[in-house]
Design a protein around this ligand. Structure first.
Ligand SMILES: N[C@@H](CCC(=O)N[C@@H](CS)C(=O)NCC(=O)O)C(=O)O
Length: 203
């Protein structure tokens, strides 16, 4: 099993999940530039991470990979307790992070640079920060009284950790979100998180 990952990118979520699972795997580091070169485009024609190679079978799309890992290793309980409702709750929060929170970062990652107008670009970035604060407020409320997004550790949690890292680096205002702060501190102290971030060369 090989995971293609770019340091600190959303693929770090899969990297952490693999550490939590504890079965053998190899992390292949792909730089931003390498993602667009023919060798990597042959693995993922979208030129994006993550990609998973399981015995020559390639799977892309983060939500699909995380669900596949949870199904492949049910003993990890990263896909819930086996009930349809627990998996649905996990996928609800995974979808929120993958398809609501993650894309909301785009202006902060340069998607509006085509505007070629410094003031307009800064406005789009401020707007993104405000939208992200609203989205993180919902997650903070969900984490009240819980250590993990859905109560028990799941595939949704490492993705939340990744977008929280991005939020801090992008100066999104997370003040007052004590549950998110507690979650972040616990993740930073987690052995699997430490191993995956170290392997990606992250502080
Ligand atoms: N829909 C994809 C998006 C993955 C994605 O946005 N990956 C980023 C890193 S976090 C990337 O590789 N972007 C490069 C690109 O899309 O050109 C998924 O969920 O896996």
């Amino acid at each position: 099993m090989k995971l293609y990952t770019t340091p600190g990118a959303c693929s770090l979520a899969d990297h952490i999940a693999l550490e939590w699972i504890g079965e053998p795997y190899e992390a292949v580091i792909v730089s931003k530039e390498e993602r667009k070169l023919p060798a990597y485009l042959a693995i993922n024609p979208n030129g994006a991470v993550p990609a998973l190679d399981d015995g020559g079978w390639i799977l892309t799309q983060n939500a699909a990979i995380l669900n596949y890992l949870a199904d492949l290793y049910p003993a990890s309980k990263l896909g819930g307790d086996g009930s349809p409702r627990s998996r649905a709750e996990i996928n609800k929060w995974l979808a929120f992070v993958n398809s609501d929170v993650h894309p909301a970062f785009k202006p902060l990652f340069g998607s509006t640079s085509y505007l070629d107008d410094a003031a307009a670009i800064e406005k789009s970035r401020d707007d993104a920060r405000n939208k992200l604060r609203d989205l993180f407020a919902k997650i903070d409320a969900q984490l009240a009284g819980k250590d993990w997004l859905t109560g028990a550790r799941s595939i949704a949690d490492p993705y939340l950790y990744v977008v929280l890292r991005w939020a801090r680096a992008s100066e999104v205002d997370l003040s007052g979100f004590d549950n998110l702060d507690r979650f972040m501190r616990a993740m930073r102290a987690d052995a699997g998180v430490k191993k995956a971030t170290k392997a990606e060369g992250l502080a």
